[in-house]
Design a protein around this ligand. Structure first.
Ligand SMILES: [Zn+2]
Length: 381
């Protein structure tokens, strides 16, 4: 219990498990042991094997039965370490002012901070309500057997979350700079334009798909999608590939492909963008196939009580007034928001997914105190 009050020791122990998605490698056992010591009831949720995929270990732990049920969500899986580390990636080594290791920032460090905050809370007084943790081993992978399925399980158990902090790294440079209250949506487009193969000396006899593909891409990239909205930056359409595969110099190809990604704000939905894309491509005309994968819709948690409590805690500990942002990629908040208000706040993201991922030791201490402050406000009032 005394050891758990220090986030560094738990963060090191979590980092020492090489839990690259979909592997668990003992990381949830370490977390469970800590949570059981603190009086949590742990439910291990294994998903994936039932659909013929790798089995993914997830965890839902709860302490107390009362309301509100305040939840911390996160993931114990990490991305592969890559080459070029100057310290071992899975040793949890402290060098100077930093703890090094894959997951130090994203996001074993933040999990350790939350557990330590609970240990500190419990050593003070009693609290009202419940504390829960929703931890997945499938965030960095495809996410099919992680948070989304754990939430379905919660619904089946009639288990309710009342508010949630997701501990993803949200700060660009310094702890306390940014809370994320939403995320942009993301969709991938796969465009295939059909034409006719023919001799380059007789272009009037062929329908060159390259010319038409270029015209289509010109139409969809020539104008901004929007000018942004209150909490969102402008939506973007980015071309990711153009491919014809023609190695012959005297024939035109019969097909041309392009792929693109759209990151969109709350001015759009996946469906409205698909409609706009088809309309734009139809204006150019000809035969084409368009496949759209909607990875996630944009969403926002309108700033309210949770955001206010977290902001105050951040200012109290760091002296900074956090911005409310929606930048970056998608996150599991897109699933959790369907159950309860969710905001994201964690460590400084600068080195996440990079070699020599590292966290300032003082940031671990400060984040622990920020989470403790939030728990104290929400569960003692
Ligand atoms: Zn993460």
């Amino acid at each position: 219990m005394i050891q758990l009050r220090d986030p560094l020791i738990l963060a090191q122990n979590l980092i020492r498990c090489r839990s690259v998605t979909p592997e668990n490698n003992g990381v949830l056992e370490i977390l469970e042991e800590a949570l059981i010591t603190l009086g949590f009831q742990c439910n291990r949720l294994n998903f994936g094997a039932d659909f013929g995929r790798s089995s993914i270990a997830n965890l839902y732990a709860r302490r107390g039965l009362g309301k509100p049920n305040f939840c911390f969500a996160g993931h114990t899986d990490v991305v592969p370490e890559g080459d070029g580390w100057t310290v071992p990636a899975f040793e949890g080594r402290v060098v100077g002012d930093y703890l090094y290791g894959r997951g130090a920032i994203d996001m074993k460090g933040a999990i350790a901070c939350f557990v330590s905050a609970v240990a500190r809370l419990l050593s003070e007084d009693t609290f009202i309500g419940s504390i829960s943790l929703l931890i997945t081993g499938d965030e960095e992978g495809c996410g099919l057997d992680g948070t989304i399925r754990a939430l379905d399980w919660l619904v089946e158990q009639e288990e309710k979350l009342d508010a949630c902090i997701l501990g993803e790294p949200t700060n660009p440079h310094h702890l306390g700079e940014m809370i994320k209250i939403g995320r942009r949506g993301s969709l991938n487009g796969h465009l295939r334009v059909l034409g006719t193969q023919g001799h380059v000396a007789y272009p009037h006899l062929v329908e060159n798909p390259i010319t038409r593909l270029l015209a289509m891409l010109q139409v969809i990239t020539s104008k901004p999608l929007d000018g942004g909205s209150t909490y969102f930056q402008p939506s973007t359409l980015v071309l990711t590939s153009i491919d014809v595969g023609n190695k012959i110099t005297n024939i035109t190809p019969s097909q041309a492909y392009a792929t693109f990604n759209i990151r969109f704000n709350n001015n759009h939905s996946g469906a409205s963008l698909e409609q706009w894309l088809r309309q734009s491509l139809n204006e150019v005309g000809g035969i084409y196939e368009l496949d759209i994968d909607i990875i996630g819709e944009s969403f926002i948690t309108t700033p309210g009580y949770l955001c206010e409590v977290l902001s105050k805690a951040i200012t109290k500990i760091t002296g900074r007034i956090p911005n409310l942002g929606t930048t970056g990629g998608i996150s599991d908040a897109r699933f959790i928001r369907k159950m309860c208000p969710v905001v994201e706040f964690g460590l400084v993201g600068q080195t996440m997914h990079q070699i020599n991922e590292r966290v300032l030791l003082t940031d671990l201490e400060d984040l622990t105190n920020i989470y403790l402050n939030v728990l104290n406000t929400i569960l003692r009032d």
